[in-house]
Design a protein around this ligand. Structure first.
Ligand code: ZN
Length: 124
């Protein structure tokens, strides 16, 4: 099984992602209030397949709205690296731009996640 590196801009935060089945195979932009300002493409991996190699102490947590999702960014360079998802707490959303092996400008199948209408905000 191969490993992919996810590294912030300054290099202080370094994550290793196991390319298991079901990891790194889906690419989305999101229109929620946070993602639309960040403008990144995200991909996904099970939390158990992601290891923080270095920089855990540099990661800063940002939370808003229901404060369930955990959005992490490097406190040195400000780059968003990953987040623990609200709808799938067993999964990390990952910043494709930080994964050198994936060329985000060549991805053809980038979908749209309708974060403006998050499933957990809908009244049943
Ligand atoms: Zn950094």
């Amino acid at each position: 099984m191969s490993l992919k590196k996810l590294i912030c801009h300054c290099g202080e935060v370094d994550l290793e992602i196991k390319e298991s089945e079901g990891a790194l195979n889906k690419f989305l932009r999101c229109n929620c209030t946070l993602c639309k300002k960040k403008g990144y493409i995200m991909t996904f991996a099970p939390i158990t397949d992601v290891k923080i190699v270095k920089g855990e102490d540099k990661l800063k947590l940002y939370q808003y709205h229901t404060k369930v999702a955990e959005h992490y960014f490097c406190s040195e360079c400000g780059i968003y690296t990953h987040h623990k998802m609200r709808s799938r707490p067993d999964t990390f959303g990952l910043n494709v731009g930080c994964i050198d092996d994936i060329d985000q400008f060549k991805l053809e199948n980038v979908g749209l996640n309708d974060g403006q209408n998050h499933p957990m905000d809908q009244k049943k």
